[in-house]
Ligand binder design. Sequence first.
Ligand SMILES: [Zn+2]
Length: 467
Amino acid sequence: MKAIIAPWQNFLSKKFDLAYKKAFFSKFNKKFCYISKKCGEKIGRFNKKFYGLLKGGYMDFRDALLERFLNYTEFDTQSKITGKSSPTTLGQLKLAKQLEQELYTLELEEIKLSKHSVLTAFLPANMPNAPTIGLIAHLDTSPECSGKNVCAEVIENYRGGDIALGIGDEFISPVFYPFLHKHVGNTLIVADGNTLLGADNKAGIAEIMTALSVLKKTNIPHCNIRVAFTPDEEIGVGMKYFPIDQFLCDWAYTIDGGEVGELEYENFNGASAKVTIHGRNMHTGYATGKMINALTLACEFQQIFPTAETPEKTENKEGFFHLSRFIGDVEKVELHYLIRDFDAQKFEQRKRFIETAVANFNRNKKLRKKVELEIQNNYKNMYQTVQKTPQSIALADLAMRECGIEPLHKPIRGGTDGAWLAEKGLACPNIFTGGYNFHSKHEVITLEGMESAVNVIVKIAELAVAK
Ligand SMILES: [Zn+2]
């Protein structure tokens, strides 16, 4: 028997709600905002022109900062692990070209955009004998989560509780993400549940651009600043064509961290390993004694790894092995691993562990075609280099405190472009952007956090020339 649903029940049902919103949204087709009441929050989806109109243009840097960020999120700059070119995706070059124009508008000097999408520029100091500080952010977003057709949603005056992302089933909740409790009353920016947001690292780009704009428009005394926006950071190859000889700085910062206050200058030593297992396919009816199933062999090989040493089961300075990709069929399987450790000696031991595992597997299995192993070093811990330039940490600490922020020194459980620069001798700690849940559909950033990042960058430039 079919249940009879009263019209008001139907109205309240999720199905009706979704259909209504879909129709409403498609009608206005991103040209205007829609505002819906959901869980007591006001959710607004803004197109950049509309936001400017709504807020009366660029009256202060808060609006300009938000507009910049929303604009950058519209570029699909997802990098591609298998990409052969540099940058690995065209979207990164498109964003770099737009940023190049913005740098010209800001009247920076020595603006250069290489064919590999490395964009650099220079803002001369307005004080004598000033040091030169580098500011770096990356153009790409993670290949682990779609960054195409990002629809950013701006939630003003967050009142606490769950936040529905777009019109799908995704939501973020303080039950799973307790950090949300800290942001009641703030302006949150999220994606619509279909893609990542791209705050990693477009928030960093927007913050650097806005800080440059503030420095240009005010008479704040400041140091020399070199800026670099780089491609393919997420896949660890972005610095291949970085013009290190021209990026002459006393030290630099990547603006690529998480929550407000984060200051990071220790990172993993990182390597990747590819294990290739060869099998022999055969009709299952004739397989007896002949088939070699590379998939089963791969499952067996994976059992060699310590189950407690994975990203999801380790924290702080604990290292891990991470099986990041498992691709193949009966004939051939590739296992891709990330190897991470803060300690250089333990890092080397982890690489030896895989080498020994492969050697033992080959010896025990006596396969007609041996299991192959390729190990590639990705980055080193920047700690030693940063220690040689302690003023890079002292200045960031001081700038944060002067902005009313308590610095939060943390190890980076990953790598940054700063790690590559550190290997070349340039200290490059990492400063917060204000974002959370990077590389995920649940990525979120606060506008207040982004404002704090701009304030800290400006303050660093100012304090660098203070007597
Ligand atoms: Zn990043």
